[in-house]
Design a protein around this ligand. Structure first.
Ligand code: ADP
Length: 162
């Protein structure tokens, strides 16, 4: 079976240009892409899941990316992928710090459902050290984040840290 649609899961707390770079690469390969915002990530999020979905939607619109649906999910990613009839999971790779965790997750998901393939996209060099945590940290202390995330994200962070 050819892979035509995919799900891109993550915390997106908040979305950055690194995530957006992966979205652009994935939409070149897949006809349909769903961004799945995990409700309860491993690390306690700054934004609620509803906020993260809304911020992600706004950021995509600001970057002129249309046709990508943003949903919230809880529980097993594989169940979410199946319920959306998706055959591929998209993940991004930065510097080698991502590799061990991503490898473990991909193999675990393959064990859970061998029909769903995990596909990795390598980020642009300029975003290879960019993370949501860094963006939050810089903004929290009044730094400039316009090269890291869209304006709508900056506004959401400014509001949160008011
Ligand atoms: P998670 O908590 O699931 O890792 P994140 O929102 O931090 O959620 O990341 C979601 C996905 O996006 C992961 O595959 C991560 O490696 C990738 N990602 C995050 N930041 C970047 C970036 N700067 N460049 C490329 N991929 C990234």
């Amino acid at each position: 079976m050819r892979l035509s649609n995919a799900i891109y899961p993550g915390s997106f707390d908040p979305i950055t240009y690194g995530h957006i770079d992966i979205v652009r690469r994935a939409t070149r390969l897949f006809d349909d892409l769903v961004i799945a915002v995990v409700a309860n990530p491993r690390k306690k999020p700054l934004f609620s899941v509803t906020e993260r979905v809304r911020i992600t939607e706004k950021a995509l619109a600001e970057c002129d990316i249309c046709g990508v649906k943003v949903i919230a999910y809880d529980g097993l990613l594989i169940d979410c992928a199946k319920s959306h009839n998706v055959q591929a999971i998209v993940r991004g790779l930065r510097a080698n710090s991502d590799f061990d965790y991503e490898f473990q997750m991909a193999l675990t998901n393959r064990d859970l459902d061998s029909d769903i393939e995990t596909v990795f996209f390598m980020t642009a060099g300029c975003y290879s050290f960019l993370s949501s945590s860094i963006v939050k940290e810089v903004k929290r202390f009044g730094g400039e984040i316009k090269s890291f995330a869209p304006k709508s994200v900056e506004q959401a962070l400014a509001h949160k840290f008011e």
